[in-house]
Structure formats: C-alpha cells, structure tokens
Design a protein around this ligand. Structure first.
Ligand SMILES: [Zn+2]
Length: 104
C-alpha cells in the first residue's frame, strides 16, 4: 500500500478520492476521524491521507491525479477583446488591458 496524497484541506482529498475511485482503483482513507484529536497530535498527522491499496495501481493513480490537477488549474484565460492568452493571475489582458471575464 502506498500513500498517494494528503492535504490539510479534506475537501481536496475527497475530490481526489472520487476521481481515483471512478477509475476503478482501490484506495483507502486514513485519518478520516482524526481531526477531532488534533489537540493531542502533531497537526499534519491528522491530515486526511489517501492510500492506493495495490502498489501496482500506484503509477496509474498518480497519472490520473496529476491530469486532474492540470484540468482544474487551467493557468490561462483568453482575452475577449484581442484573443490574447493571459496568465490566470492577471486581472487585465497584458496586451490591451481589457479586464478578465472571470474576475467579476
Ligand atoms: Zn486583450
């Protein structure tokens, strides 16, 4: 069994869990009920952990997880005024200063 993913944000871990399970890979959660004990434990030890049950599935699980990250974090937006590509951190088009349609 291998640790696939852990994060302070349990929502993100459950999100990855759903994606991996939909691909038919057996996974297991650890620390699902540990948050209540945070006072007694080192905080990061209470993070929800996602484990791949079969080591043979690990590489596939990593690939699925990484492609889901790149889908979710599209780094660019297209300017509606000049069709220029802009980084997601820009609120305005670097070329024509049109405002980002996603920033409202
Ligand atoms: Zn523009």
């Amino acid at each position: 069994m291998k640790l696939l993913y852990t994060n302070e944000n349990r929502y993100l871990v459950h999100n990855i869990q759903n994606i991996i399970e939909n691909a038919g890979i057996d996974i297991m959660l650890k620390n699902e009920f540990a948050a209540g004990a945070a006072g007694d434990l080192v905080p990061h030890e209470t993070w929800l952990e996602l484990w791949v049950v079969n080591d043979a599935d690990y590489d596939q699980a990593i690939n699925i997880m990484e492609s889901s990250f790149s889908d979710a974090n599209d780094p660019q937006w297209i300017c509606t005024h000049c069709n220029e590509k802009n980084d997601a951190s820009f609120d305005f088009c670097w070329k024509c200063f049109n405002s980002c349609p996603n920033s409202f």
